[in-house]
Design a binder for this molecule. Structure first.
Ligand code: OFO
Length: 177
């Protein structure tokens, strides 16, 4: 059973996760356009992870007997100044998502909704990992600076990023196998 306000807030988060997916798909398209296929792969993997975040919440809302109400998704930016700019925008977006997850958790605590608190813990942990990944990428790109050879080496490394998304959305990405 979900409180109506909680269900509405979770539905709002589904929309934010879908926007995240859309944003990273746009970054993937831009990376491909400027010849950085490894970055394009990194962001496409991120797109799949975000779709998983949205679907995990979608599944939880329904499992708690509430309706999923989909709203329109905002248009993401389609050009970026540089790979560093993409990752700085990614980090800023993830910090916004972290604040949003924290607000959901605060609402669940206020409503004494223990099931939703336990459910949201997965997202709290996930956000720490996401921000850490982005900070690492920003640090590496700052070290690379204007060195195209080093950028191409990083691009090759990012081409190897893989993801396995479980069909059972109640699981985590790392539990897919
Ligand atoms: Fe990137 O964690 Fe969901 O949005």
């Amino acid at each position: 059973m979900l409180d109506k306000k909680m269900a509405q807030a979770l539905n709002g988060q589904v929309n934010k996760e879908l926007y995240s997916a859309y944003l990273y798909m746009s970054m993937s398209a831009y990376s491909n356009r400027i010849g950085l296929k490894g970055f394009a792969n990194w962001f496409m993997v991120q797109y799949h992870e975000e779709m998983f975040h949205a679907m995990k919440m979608y599944e939880y809302i329904q499992r708690q007997g509430e309706d999923v109400i989909l709203k329109s998704i905002d248009t993401p930016p389609d050009t970026f100044k540089s790979p560093l700019d993409m990752f700085e925008q990614t980090l800023a977006h993830e910090q916004f998502i972290t604040r949003s997850i924290n607000e959901l958790m605060e609402l669940a605590i206020k409503k004494k909704d223990h099931a939703t608190q336990i459910f949201l813990e997965w997202y709290v942990t996930e956000q720490v990992e996401e921000e850490d990944n982005d900070n690492e990428m920003i640090a590496q790109l700052k070290l690379i600076g204007d060195n195209p050879q080093a950028l191409l080496m990083l691009d090759r490394e990012l081409a190897a990023r893989l993801v396995t998304i479980p069909v059972d959305f109640s699981k985590g990405v790392d539990q897919a196998a």
